[in-house]
Every structure is written in structure tokens, then in C-alpha cells.
Design a protein around this ligand. Structure first.
Ligand SMILES: NC(=O)c1ccc[n+]([C@@H]2O[C@H](COP(=O)([O-])OP(=O)(O)OC[C@H]3O[C@@H](n4cnc5c(N)ncnc54)[C@H](OP(=O)(O)O)[C@@H]3O)[C@@H](O)[C@H]2O)c1
Length: 365
């Protein structure tokens, strides 16, 4: 333990004022751990999880709030097992909002005491369901002062997914028309706000209960996905980009048909992870690359469009733009309910219920 403490101090430019549950120099903290794949009941609250040494560009964040994303529930159930099984136990959670307690020696833009929010990459093994989360400096931005930690923790993963798809991949431009399929969800709402901020006209599909929300986010036109409306017939060839958060056969068929030639169809339900889980990392990875290429060629020939599997990626420029928009009330993701960190299983249960609306957040006291 003595050696570990000495190493840790050598790595930190600023020794945290407060560590773990109190005493300076503690190297463990509370965390919600996933020891094996399964239902919400497998999540375990542990009091003495190690806090690893900080790398030069890493930041130690005292978690105030950690957002729950659908990915957390999927990972808990075994999604990504080809990658994660050998790495169990894991700490789930991508989103965080909290206060910096230490920074690595190469960190220059962030400092101890600053309130920040941000998100880990989808493949991170030590997540944010813990009192002390570790993120790279470029995965964090100052938390907008007008947001509570709970409100801030609802935003980054979903908004960065929308940013990745529409800004980085489809490169949407002012005046273009965007269709968001699943506008009432967290990624869908973020996509509407971002498209509007980028000067686009936005239509979306959503359920009746989400109509006010998507309009508030700036949707110019809403299509009730429970109605009999024929999207393909009504909007054929009209959009420059379609972000499909649902990604089933029907939405894909509709999505590719409402695009103009040269438009971009982006699904959040790419098959890379499920193929790797089924056939192993190597064979599954190769099959995924071949499947994607086949669909890209097929849709280029049949519809003249670009087809993509969009995957969330952390992006410092995107996060700062998201923070800027949130600061001027031009991006928000509604929170349904928050739970104490210790009730993560309960929170997952609520999140699994499709009747639940709004983000579910864990609060660390
Ligand atoms: N590829 C990636 O990197 C990535 C990143 C983030 C998320 N995702 C995935 O993207 C999906 C959405 O994530 P999220 O965080 O936005 O989830 P979410 O907040 O739970 O939103 C899901 C929403 O989908 C809507 N919906 C369900 N069926 C629909 C349909 N047929 N047509 C239109 N809307 C429908 C529901 O809206 P109503 O309330 O209007 O019914 C629901 O609110 C999840 O499957 C998630 O795993 C992937």
C-alpha cells in the first residue's frame, strides 16, 4: 500500500484535498461494480474499489452525478462480451458531472476544484458509477453554471453520439434537411438541438408523448411513428441526412428512401458488436467490416446514398460546443428521475421499463 500511495503521488501534479470517504491519500473508493453479466440484481455496491494511478493526461473527478445510458443496460446484459468478459468486473457508466480533485502532470486546461462534465468512450472499462471517476482531459469540459450536476450528467454521451453522426460523419450544413428517427429519446433530442444549431431544418419521428419535447427542441415537423403515415411515400427523396436511432428493418427501409441522392443514412444500431459477440473479435470484426462494405456498395448503387454505422466517440470540440449550447439553453435532455448511487439496481430496473420517460441519473453524495 505504501508503494502504491507513493506512486500515485508521483503521478499527480496536485494531490487531491479529499480522497475516497475522507482521509487524504486513500487509494480506494465506492463504486457500483458489474461482476458478471445479468439482470439489474447483479450490480454490486463495493466500498473499496481501487482508484488507479492517473496517467499524464487524466483527470480525477469527484462524481456528483452519473447518467445512465441504454449502453449501460446492454453491457450489463452481456452486449460487448467478446471484449468485456475477460475484463470483468467492470464499472458501468459513461456520463459524469462532478468536481476535479486531481489532474495528471500534462493537464493544462483543467484544474482542481473546477466543476466539469463529460463522457467516457463506449469501450471504457472503469466507468462513472463511482465516487471517483477517471477521464482523459479531452473527455471533459467545464460544466455550464446554469445546469445542476444531475441535468449536466444527462447530456454528454447522447449529445456526442448525435454530434458524431451529424456533424462529423454526415457533415450537415446550414439549409439542409435532417430527419431524426426516434426524436423523443436522448440522442434524438440532442440531434434535433444540434441540427437546429447547425442551421438545418429538422423533421422527426416520435411517439405522441414526445411531441411537445421535440417541438421545444426545435423540430419543424413531427411524424407520429404509431400512426399509419407512410413516411416513404410522403417524403421520398427530400432529406440530406437521416439519423436512425431505432435501426430496425422498417426504419432503415424508410430512411434510405426519403434521402436525396448524395444523402447520408446513419444508424445507431450497427452490427459490429453483435457480430463480434457471436463469432469472436477477429472473425466477427472481419464479418462486420464485410457487412458494412456490402451495404455501403449496395445503397450507393441502388439509391446513390452514403450508409453508415454511427458509433459514439468522445470529441473535445463537440463537447465544448454542446456545453456552449447548454449554457444558452439551446440544448437540454430532460431528466425523469434520479437515484442514490447505492440504488443503481433500482435505477436500472426503472430504465428498463419502456413507460419511463426522461433520463435516469445516479447521484453520488
Ligand atoms: N451507436 C452508438 O454509439 C449509440 C450511442 C448512443 C445510443 N445508441 C442507441 O441508440 C438508441 C437510442 O438511445 P437513447 O439514449 O436516445 O435512448 P432513449 O433516450 O431511451 O430513447 C429511446 C426513444 O426511442 C423512441 N422510439 C422507440 N421506438 C420508436 C420508433 N419505432 N420510432 C421512433 N421512435 C421510437 C422512444 O420515443 P417516444 O417516447 O417518442 O416513444 C424512446 O423515447 C438506443 O438503442 C441506444 O443503445 C447507440
Amino acid at each position: 500500500m505504501l508503494v502504491r500511495k507513493a506512486t500515485m503521488r508521483a503521478h499527480l501534479r496536485t494531490v487531491p484535498k479529499r480522497f475516497g470517504d475522507g482521509g487524504q491519500g486513500m487509494s480506494t473508493c465506492r463504486a457500483v461494480v458489474l461482476p458478471r453479466f445479468g439482470g439489474p440484481e447483479v450490480l454490486e455496491v463495493r466500498l473499496n474499489e481501487p482508484i488507479p494511478d492517473l496517467g499524464p493526461s487524466e483527470v480525477l473527478v469527484r462524481t456528483k452525478a452519473a447518467g445512465i445510458n441504454p449502453l449501460d443496460l446492454k453491457m450489463r446484459g452481456g452486449y460487448g462480451k467478446s471484449l468485456f468478459k475477460p475484463l470483468l468486473p467492470l464499472i458501468l457508466g459513461r456520463d459524469v458531472s462532478g468536481e476535479i480533485t486531481a489532474v495528471g502532470k500534462a493537464v493544462s486546461q483543467l484544474h482542481v476544484g473546477q466543476e466539469v462534465f463529460g463522457s467516457l468512450h463506449p469501450t471504457a472499462v472503469r466507468g462513472t458509477y463511482t465516487d471517483y471517476a477517471i477521464l482523459a482531459d479531452e473527455q471533459l469540459a467545464p460544466k455550464p453554471a446554469n445546469l445542476t450536476h444531475v441535468a449536466a450528467a444527462a447530456i454528454p454521451f447522447a449529445a456526442l453520439t448525435a454530434w458524431r453522426a451529424l456533424h462529423s460523419m454526415a457533415q450537415i450544413r446550414p439549409g439542409q434537411r435532417v430527419l431524426v428517427m426516434g426524436g423523443g429519446g436522448a440522442v434524438g433530442l440532442a440531434a434535433i438541438y444540434l441540427s437546429r444549431a447547425l442551421g438545418c431544418q429538422v423533421s422527426c419521428t416520435c411517439g405522441k408523448r414526445s411531441i411537445d419535447l421535440v417541438k421545444e427542441a426545435g423540430a419543424d415537423e413531427t411524424i407520429d411513428y404509431t400512426s399509419e403515415e407512410n413516411i416513404q411515400g410522403q417524403f421520398k427523396g427530400q432529406f440530406d441526412a437521416v439519423l436512425d436511432t431505432i435501426g430496425v428493418e422498417e426504419t432503415e427501409a424508410a430512411g434510405v428512401n426519403v434521402l436525396k441522392r448524395g444523402g447520408h443514412y446513419l444508424t445507431l444500431q450497427g452490427e459490429a458488436v453483435s457480430l463480434a459477440d457471436k463469432y469472436g473479435l477477429l472473425a466477427g470484426g472481419a464479418l462486420a467490416a464485410a457487412t458494412l462494405l456490402r451495404k455501403q456498395v449496395q445503397y450507393r448503387q441502388s439509391h446513390g446514398i452514403e450508409y453508415w454505422w454511427a458509433i459514439m466517440r468522445t470529441d473535445v470540440e463537440g463537447l465544448h460546443e454542446i456545453a456552449r449550447l447548454a449554457k444558452v439553453n439551446k440544448l437540454r435532455i430532460p431528466v425523469g428521475r434520479s437515484f442514490p448511487l447505492t440504488e443503481a439496481s433500482e435505477a436500472h430496473r426503472l430504465r428498463e421499463n419502456k413507460a419511463n420517460q426522461g433520463k435516469v441519473i445516479l447521484e453520488a453524495q
